[in-house]
Design a protein around this ligand. Structure first.
Ligand code: SF4
Length: 344
């Protein structure tokens, strides 16, 4: 990616960006828009890092931590209610009170109850933290987790991959080099991953372009990213609440289109939980081709007072996709197609 050429895209109108992004999206994923049936487990919010951008993390002893028994009960309950879960997404916090064995058991439990679902767990920050806590290498931790069932790493924690900004946004999280090293190591072990970008805080458009460039370089090196996820920052209940206003939808659409145009990663996600279903739907006209999923039980953005509903059922997601002229496609967590829905 040539940053100088990329900068020229910043001068285009929303209509021009939409036209270009849709043209590229159609070459890659035709008129498909993907979604899945997924369940989130946010195992703890008690966190050492207390990042200024985070409304979810709480000091140790002041948040919640799910026991393995709590988690097994949730999984058992889910299994009775929903037979069609295709992806389990597990992320939490940096909690020094949880032993290494807890994480292994968590993966094993998810796999035991949902052997057919893709197991996506632990951000690069959590992996690097556990490696430090256990005095293991990143490769050893990822290998242990792979044996326990881990298949995909979620993309959280990338924020903006520029250390100068990370020191302000999330000073205790891994630096850019370590973040990328965790993903590179995962890809080399055959574990795919997702990758995010948190925007709408103190970043500039140049920071966004640099982030996209760094991400694309690693994708071209390993081919290991499944989807890129631009995440809209919600300042409510964070240390930035008084300093930053939530970005306008037009910024969301520009970021989605730039992501589609500048990245070689095949899928771009409009994460409705953070965007609202309506803005996520419009993002499909700017090159996004994935609406995430039904998202049963997500807690992280609830703490930042998001306006989106708790979950969307399959009919609602399909309607969002069909109403802007695309074809809904059910996928698993590795983007294997499970069903293509034609409008009846
Ligand atoms: S973003 Fe993650 S690491 Fe930072 S405070 Fe929140 S839970 Fe902890």
């Amino acid at each position: 990616m040539n940053i100088k050429e990329a900068k020229e895209l910043l001068d285009l109108s929303l209509e021009e960006l939409s036209n270009l992004a849709l043209e590229k999206k159609k070459k890659i994923s035709k008129d498909f828009v993907f979604f899945t049936h997924n369940f989130h487990i946010n195992y703890s919010n008690e966190c050492l890092a207390l990042c200024p951008i985070c409304a979810f993390g709480k000091p140790l002893g002041q948040g919640y931590t799910l026991s393995l028994e709590d988690i097994e009960n949730k999984l058992r309950d889910l299994k009775e209610k929903r037979k069609n879960i295709l992806e389990i997404h597990i992320v939490g916090s940096l909690n020094p009170e949880l032993p290494y064995r807890y994480y292994i058991s968590l993966l094993e439990l998810a796999k035991k109850y949902f052997p057919e679902a893709t197991l996506k767990a632990f951000t690069a920050t959590e992996i690097a933290y556990l490696a430090g806590q256990e005095k293991k290498s990143i490769k050893e931790v990822l290998s242990d987790f792979k044996v326990a069932g881990l298949e995909v790493l979620p993309g959280g924690g990338a924020e903006i991959l520029k250390d100068e900004l990370r020191k302000i946004l999330c000073p205790k999280k891994v630096d850019t080099k370590t973040y990328l090293e965790v993903h590179r190591t995962a890809h080399n072990l055959g574990i795919k991953s997702n990758i995010t970008m948190l925007f709408g805080h103190i970043e500039t458009w140049e920071d966004i372009l640099e982030h996209l460039s760094i991400v694309n370089n690693l994708y071209n090196e390993t081919g290991g990213f499944l989807v890129f996820i631009p995440l809209l920052f919600h300042p409510k209940n964070t240390k930035f609440e008084k300093r930053v206003k939530k970005a306008f939808p037009s910024k969301v659409y520009r970021v989605i289109a730039l992501s589609r145009l500048l990245l070689d990663i095949p899928h771009i996600k409009a994460y409705w939980i953070m965007l609202t279903p309506k803005i996520a739907q419009t993002s499909l006209l700017f090159g996004a081709d994935d609406l995430d999923g039904c998202v049963y039980e997500e807690k992280i953005t609830k703490f930042a007072k998001r306006k989106s509903p708790d979950y969307l059922d399959e009919e609602n997601i399909k309607r969002l996709i069909l109403d802007v002229g695309f074809t809904p496609v059910l996928r698993d967590g590795k983007f294997n197609i499970k069903k293509i829905y034609k409008e009846s």
